[in-house]
Structures are given as structure tokens and as C-alpha cells.
Ligand binder design. Sequence first.
Ligand code: ATP
Ligand code: ZN
Ligand code: ZN
Length: 648
Amino acid sequence: MQVTLPDGKQLDLADNATAMDVARSIGPRLAQDAIAARVDGILHDLMTPLPSGAQIGIVTKKNMNDAEEVWRHTLGHVMSQAVGQYYKEKGHAPESVKRGVGPVIENGFYQDFDLPEPLREEDLPEIERRMAAILDANLDVTRREVSREEGLKFFSYDPYKVELISELPDSAPITLYSQGDYTDLCRGPHVPRTGVLPKSFKLMSTSGAYWRGSEKNPMLQRVYGVAFATQKELDEYLHLLEEAKRRDHRRIGKDLDLFFTSEVIGPGLPVWLPNGATIRRELERFIVDLELAQGYQHVYSPAMAKSELYKISGHWDHYKDDMFPVMKIDQEELVLRPMNCPHHIQIYAHKPHSYRELPIKIAELGTMYRFEQSGQLTGLSRVRAMTLNDAHIFCRPDQVQEEFKRVVDLIRGAYDVLGFEQYLYRLSLRDPNDKEKYYPDDAMWESAENQLRQALDDMGLAYYESPGDAAFYGPKLDVQVRSALGKDETISTVQLDFLLPQKFDLEYVAEDGSRQRPIMIHRGVISTMERMTAFLIENTAGDFPFWLAPRQVVVVPIADRHLDYAREVEGALKSRGLRAETDDGNDRMNAKIRTAELAKIPVILVVGDKEQEARQLSVRERGKGERKGAPLDELAGELERRYKLREA
Ligand code: ATP
Ligand code: ZN
Ligand code: ZN
């Protein structure tokens, strides 16, 4: 038989030759370094007979990441082997360790076990040690095909394997992979020797998992591991996990008394406690101030409406699964709104408009309700009741580009204050081949998409295009902000819409007296208050900028005799609108300072004899060290200015 190498060379081989034979015929060095192969582009192992005529590429240790599924999977087998050894050493018969599935997952692998006694988290280092020894032993990994009878006989002690084998279709080959004295039923592929596996792995945890995911079946024990090609990558991953834990907005939300969710109230329905509500109020004021300065008009509209409204808008057809069910009362059908657009459209339609009034920008911190799957709900970042920083711009066709640019400016202005530095612009376009999802008007799409491109180019912004991500009614710009954990989250969006104005028959009177259709721009700058707060908590790890900090200043009197002056300082700050408090507890000064730091209060003012006499303060500020002898009035003025200007 013949195969083709990446450089186009043909190679003649004996029938049933493997990719290892290919590697050997090229050179011993390659055979030594080979870990897997790409056969017609698909990952294979080096032990499986090749189909004739295939295109073969050898994956070596140098490009480990090209075959990560392969070595992660072999590591899964090594773990399984190590667990077997561990139980054997504890005196259990090898057959008492039974195994469910053991696939590769993102960053690692897991294996399900039915064990004679549970594996504890403390046992994991023991398993890791045995895994390392198996790697050191550089065992050959071998593959063999067996008949169904042989397979069933081999695994007669293991009901899970028996079940799996019995369900394989007749045509499927049954393959076993072994290293040393361990053999598992497996489709592969695997690396050729345990010595090529990276030692940069770690067993993370164990959990219960039902056999085949069904509660009717026995509960197995699932052991998770992660593995990377290098120790550096593993360390980075573990560091990121630690960071994720440290920054988890649910944990911080609890520690700082920001919000809670309760079973009694219901999942996905968070309650904002005073501290969290302070952050939210600051965010709301902040964005409303920015919007008012840009000519937006803020309104309030009810979070429910007759279902008819959503039938006209089309949300009924497109969005029903995400809406709470209808409430029937008297002759009416009411729904909780999943979006604010139809209400804002009604506000526009409430009065006739002339071309001179446009653009009209209706804004609202609009509360809405979405039926998110319970498994998807997380803290504040995915909830069922949420308030969106929403606005709808109604404009003439000749104003679209200008308005679009203004929204982008608004977004950038908001990010400056929030301290977002890394973000990406994604221009989401339609997929021209998807006639189903997108509103069918080629000319409209062409023109809308080009206008957005043009506007972005004019502003000199770098963006990438993403066909197939547009809304069904028009193209949009999404802004994705890189979080402190390296994730990109869509925070802002600007969407052009030609469809809703049509559905609601919106118009304005043009210069020539004719009736024309306005274009609508949906836009959200700082997302929902819920998601933004979650994002900010994770980004700051609770160290909010001064203007957002729910508790801004604490005054710490050194002794009781300083309490009056401390209270006076507190009062002076409060009268300037700052959030100040006095720690009048019995702790010593250092303990009070520590308490304040743990509570993430950015400014700590210590007052003792000296300060009291001179009407000064000793200032300790997060990340800025200590400053002594600050005059009270001066400091209060400085803090007030920083707060009002929303400086960090
Ligand atoms: P997602 O893809 O996250 O479900 P979406 O595309 O449905 O969001 P939009 O309809 O554009 O979101 O909603 C506007 C804003 O509301 C977005 O900024 C999004 O981040 C936020 N948002 C959407 N769903 C939720 C939710 N369940 N909880 C909190 N915020 C949400
Ligand atoms: Zn396997
Ligand atoms: Zn909208």
C-alpha cells in the first residue's frame, strides 16, 4: 500500500502498516519523538493500521498541542491504572475496581469508577505519585482488536464494560488498549509509550456521577484531572483557577454583603442588599448622567404588557421560549417583558414626529424578565429578573452613521471611567446563505452593513467581522471586554433595526411633507445592572474604585477620647455626600484597620491626640500607603472631588 507525506512524497508500505512504520521509515529520530499521527487530517495513534492512499502527518513531542486529546486521553488511562494499583495495594481484588467512561474534556480528562471503597480527595496525591511512576517506567501502549466474545470474557467482572460492549454495533471493531498490566476497552487513539506523556498534570477533585447520567443507575465516582504540555501552562492554569475562586462574584458578594439569592424567593431572583444597592445606584446615576449629556430622554415604562404587544413585535415568535408564561386575567393576556423595545416604540408612536425632531433617544433602566434555564443561573451574571441600561434611538436614514458613532463614543467614555482597557469590537453580520434566520432584504442588509463598516473605519477602530452573528432584524456591533480572568464578555451592543419600525408602522413627516419610516437603533452601554455588577466585582476582586465603593471611608479613633473628633470628621464627610462611618468598637487600632481592609474600604482615617489637636488626619489608602497630617477640610474637599468626578 501507499501513503502520501505532507511534502507530497509517496511512500510504499507493507499492508497493515501503521503510522509508526511511516515514522520509522522516515528516520529513527522521528520515530522516537512521534506521539500521534494525522491521517487525512484526523488524529490517529501510531499503532492503528493505516488505510491505503491516506495522507499522513506525524505529530511529535515538539508540537504536543496538536495532539492534546491523545495524550490527555492516555493520561486518563494512566490514572485509571494508578487507581487500580492503589486499591490492589490496599488489599482489594483487581476485579473489585470497575470502570465507567473516561473521556477527554477541556484541559484534561476524567474517569468514572465503581470502587470497593470511596477515593478521598486526600488520596489523590497518592494516585498522582503512581501515575508519575507509570510515566517513568515508559511502558509501551499497545492496541489489539478482539472479537465480541473475547471482549465480554475479558471484562466479565465489570458490568459497565459488558453493557458498553453489548451495545456496540456488529460492524464496530472492539479494541483494547494496554500499558503494563492495565487494559481498557477503548476506541483510542493513544500515545505509543507512557514515557512521552507530560508530567505536567494534576488530579483536581472527585464527584459523584450516575452511570450514563441517569438517577435510576448506580452512582459512580468521577475523578477529574487536568494536563498541559508544559509545567508552565499547568501553573498558569492553576493560577487562573485560584484567581477565579478569589474573584468569584458570588463569594465576594456574600463577604461584602452585596446581594443574595434565596430558595424561598426563587432561583435567579437576586436581592440587592444595601451595599450592593449602593454600587447599583452609583452605576445607574453614572450612566444616566452620561446619557442625559448626549441628549437621551429617560422614561419609566411597566415591566409587563398585553401579549398582543409582543405578537406585533415578533418577539412572540422569536423569543417565546425565553419568556415567562402568559398570565390570564379577566379577558386579558399579560406577559412579563423580556425586552423593553416594544414599550419604547409605543412612546415614540404616542405622538407624531417631524424630521426636525429626530433623532429621538428614549432611554430607560428597564426591568425585564427572562426565563433562563435553571442550570444556567449564576449569581448576578445570569438571572431571571434584570434591569438593562437600555435605549432606542429613532432616526432618519441619513443619521444612522452619525448616531452609531455617538453610541460608540458613549461606550468608550463609559469604559474610560470604569477602567476597561482591553476590549474588542465585533461587527456581527448576517450569514447571507441563511435565508431562514434573517429578514430577507439583500439591499437593506448590504447598505446597513456597509454603513456600520464605514462608521467604524471613519473612527479608525480595529474590529473583526463575524458573519452569522447578526440579530434577525439587522447587523450589530458587540463590544467584548476582556475580564481580569482573561475571558471576553459582551458588555455593550449597538443594533440597527429596520424591521420593528415597519411592524409598528412608525413614521415621521419628512421635509417634503411625505411620511417616512424611521430607523431604530437598539443599544446597551453597560449591560444589565446585574451582569455589570458581577463583572465589576470579578474585575476588581471587591476593591471597587472610590466612587463605586459601597463603604468609602472609615474613621478610626485610637482611643475613646478621640471619638468626638472622629464623629466630627465622619459628619464633615457625610455632609459632602461621601459614605463615611466611624469604627467606635472596642478593638485596638490595628485590628480596626485590618477589619476595614478586609471590608475593602478604600480610605481609612486614623485620629489620635496629634490629629485631634491640629484638626488633621492620618490617611491610609489602599495601594497608596500612609499620609500623615492631612488637614480635615482639605482632605474632605479632595475626596469629594474624586467622588464627584468618578476618579478611581
Ligand atoms: P446572552 O447571550 O448572554 O443570553 P443576549 O444576547 O440574550 O445575552 P440581549 O438580548 O442583547 O442579550 O440583552 C441585552 C443585555 O442583557 C446584554 O448586555 C446581556 O449581557 C444582558 N443579559 C442578557 N441576559 C441576561 C441575564 N439572564 N442576566 C443578566 N444579564 C443578562
Ligand atoms: Zn480510553
Ligand atoms: Zn431593543
